[in-house]
Design a protein around this ligand. Structure first.
Ligand code: ZN
Length: 134
């Protein structure tokens, strides 16, 4: 799979606007994009730290995966996303290694990236995303 870097860290939040304030005022980062991803039922906010992003995720529905995650585990780190050359290749490699996949093929994520998730049951509890620039 050979990721080149951590593309972003996804953080589940209850209130996007409140947390943007924290990241801007306390950490001194700048929110450069807010985007709703309808099919994932989330509103996202992005900050750049070096070549890695922080992606805040707020659920837009009580049925969304982020709402359910917060219900079970509380707010906090939700997933780690690795930048790879090819998401499909990464999925094939992971599957060949016996890793359970959430997505069998790449799909569109925030910021126009092609993304896919590996199942946390197979990744020692860390929800793992792989992504590539199209
Ligand atoms: Zn992500």
């Amino acid at each position: 799979m050979k990721p080149t870097h951590i593309e972003h860290i996804g953080i589940a939040v209850e209130n996007l606007d409140e947390q943007i304030k924290y990241y801007e005022e306390v950490l001194g980062l700048k929110c450069y994009n807010i985007e709703e991803v309808t099919d994932q039922k989330v509103r996202t906010a992005f900050f750049m730290v070096g070549q890695t992003k922080i992606e805040l995720l707020e659920s837009t529905s009580p049925e969304g995966t982020i709402a359910k995650f917060i219900e079970k585990k509380g707010q906090g780190i939700h997933h780690i996303a690795y930048a790879v050359e090819s998401v499909q290749q990464a999925l094939d490699d992971a599957a060949a290694a016996g890793v359970q996949l959430i997505d069998k093929a790449p799909r569109k994520g925030a910021e126009g990236l092609n993304i896919a998730f590996l199942h946390p049951k197979s990744t020692f509890g860390v929800l793992t995303e792989v992504c590539e620039k199209p």
